[in-house]
Design a protein around this ligand. Structure first.
Ligand SMILES: [Zn+2]
Length: 407
C-alpha cells in the first residue's frame, strides 16, 4: 500500500498529470488571492464619496468598469435595456439591470434602484457602486442572497438632467391601471396658469399660493399626480412609460419570481433635511408589506398615509408596482435624501419646466437646468458622505430583515 507523499514514485507517465495538478492548484490559489486583493484594493483605494459621478455617462462608465473588474462568476446576468433616444452628444442610453449572487442560486433578493426620477440618479448610482464593491468583498454578508442593481431606470432623465422621462412622464406617477379612466386632478388644472407662468414662478408667488391654500394642501394637490398636462410637472402619462414596460419584462426573471423574500430600495433625492436619508414606507398600514417595513427598518420607516413622512400620498407610484410583485414576500421602501429648502425645490422645478416648455434644443449648461441639477445633487463632500453612510446602513437593515425572515 502506498504511503501518501512518501514512497509514491510518479514514474514518467504520471509526471505530467501531477505537474498539471500542481499548476492548476497554483493558478486557482493565485486567482483567489488576486481577486481578494483586488476587492481590498477597490475598497480602500477609492474614498466613498468618489463613488459619485457628475453625469449619467460617467456613472454608467464607472458601473461597467466595476463589472469588468468583478469576478465574472458573481454576475449571473446583465441586461442593458437600450433607450430609444440618445443622450447628450448622441451617446447611447441604457437602463442596466445586473443580477449578482455568490452561490449558484439565492433564497432572498435585494433590489437597489436608481434614477427613477432621472436627475435624482446621482445619489442612487453612487450607493449602487459602493454596495457592489461591498458585495464583492464581503460574501459572508450576502449569504443566500441575490442582488439586483437597476441602474438608471430613467436614463434619459438622468442624462438630460430632467426629473421626468423623454415624454415628460413622471415615472413615479405612471404605475396606474391604464385600462381604467385616468385619475382626475381638477385642482391641479386650476393652478396650472400659475405653475406654468414664468412671471409668477417666484418664491414670493409660491408662498402666496401656500398661504392661500395651506402648505400641505398645495403640496398634496400639485404633487399627487396629474394625467392631463404633459407640459407640466408630476404628469403621469396616458400609457405605460418606457421604464414601466422594461420592468414588466424584467419581473419575469426566475430570480425575481422565485425569491422567497424581497427587499426593494428605490433611491431618491430632494425632500427632507439636508443629507438625511428618510425611509418611506408606502405600503398600506396593516398589510404584510407595511408590517415588514416597520419590522426591518424600525421607527425610521415613515408612512405618508399616516402623515409622518416627508412625502405626501401620491397616485401611480413605482412602489405600487413592486407591492404587487412582492406580495407577502417582503417590502419596498423609498430612500429619500434631503437637499435644500422646499422653496428652492419649487423654484428649481418650475423654472426648469418653463425652460423645457419654451426650448426646442435642450442645453445642459442653461442656468435653469443647472439649477435643477444643483438642487437634486449637492456636489458637497459632507452631503455625499452622509448619502454613502446612510445607504450602507439601510442596505444592512434590508439584509438583516431578509435573513431574519428565512432563518
Ligand atoms: Zn424622486
Amino acid at each position: 500500500m502506498l504511503e501518501k507523499g512518501v514512497h509514491f514514485d510518479p514514474g514518467p507517465g504520471n509526471v505530467n498529470r501531477v505537474s498539471l495538478k500542481y499548476f492548476v492548484a497554483v493558478v486557482l490559489v493565485f486567482n483567489s488571492l488576486s481577486r481578494a486583493l483586488l476587492c481590498m484594493f477597490k475598497q480602500t483605494s477609492c474614498s466613498e464619496t468618489r463613488c459619485f459621478s457628475n453625469s449619467y455617462q460617467s456613472a454608467r462608465n464607472r458601473l461597467l468598469d466595476e463589472l469588468s473588474l468583478t469576478d465574472s462568476r458573481l454576475i449571473k446576468w446583465h441586461i442593458p435595456y437600450a433607450h430609444p433616444e440618445s443622450g447628450p452628444g448622441e451617446t447611447g442610453l441604457y437602463c442596466d439591470c445586473i443580477y449578482m449572487c455568490h452561490g449558484q442560486v439565492a433564497t432572498n433578493l435585494l433590489v437597489l434602484i436608481s434614477a427613477t426620477h432621472g436627475v435624482e440618479g446621482f445619489a442612487g448610482s453612487a450607493i449602487q457602486l459602493d454596495i457592489m464593491r461591498h458585495f464583492c468583498s464581503s460574501p459572508g454578508d450576502y449569504k443566500d442572497m441575490g442582488m439586483l442593481i437597476i441602474h438608471a431606470l430613467n436614463p434619459w432623465g438622468f442624462a438630460w438632467l430632467r426629473r421626468c422621462d423623454h415624454q415628460g412622464i413622471d415615472l413615479n406617477r405612471n404605475f396606474i391601471d391604464f385600462a381604467q379612466a385616468l385619475p382626475d386632478n381638477p385642482d391641479f388644472t386650476k393652478l396650472l396658469g400659475s405653475l406654468n407662468n414664468p412671471q409668477l414662478q417666484t418664491t414670493c408667488h409660491i408662498e402666496a399660493l401656500w398661504k392661500h391654500m395651506g402648505e400641505y394642501q398645495f403640496t398634496e394637490t400639485v404633487t399627487r399626480g396629474q394625467y392631463k398636462h404633459a407640459n407640466a410637472c408630476f404628469y403621469g402619462g396616458t400609457a405605460p412609460a418606457w421604464s414601466h414596460e422594461l420592468l414588466q419584462q424584467l419581473i419575469d426573471k426566475p430570480d425575481i419570481k422565485l425569491a422567497m423574500q424581497i427587499a426593494v430600495v428605490d433611491i431618491h433625492t430632494g425632500l427632507g433635511p439636508y443629507g438625511y436619508g428618510e425611509i418611506i414606507n408606502d405600503h398600506i398600514p396593516g398589510t404584510e408589506g407595511f408590517n415588514k417595513a416597520s419590522k426591518w427598518y424600525g421607527e425610521a420607516a415613515k408612512s405618508p398615509v399616516l402623515g409622518d413622512a416627508c412625502s405626501t400620498v401620491k397616485t401611480g407610484l413605482l412602489d405600487y408596482f413592486w407591492h404587487r410583485v412582492i406580495g407577502d414576500r417582503g417590502c419596498f421602501v423609498t430612500l429619500e435624501f434631503g437637499t435644500y429648502s422646499i422653496q428652492r425645490f419649487w423654484e428649481s422645478l418650475l423654472d426648469e419646466q418653463n425652460y423645457h416648455n419654451r426650448t426646442a434644443v435642450r442645453k445642459l449648461d442653461h442656468p435653469a437646468v443647472q439649477k435643477l441639477r444643483d438642487y437634486f445633487y449637492p456636489v458637497e463632500e459632507a452631503w455625499q458622505q452622509r448619502v454613502i453612510d446612510r445607504g450602507r446602513n439601510v442596505v444592512r437593515l434590508a439584509i438583516q430583515g431578509l435573513s431574519d425572515e428565512t432563518a
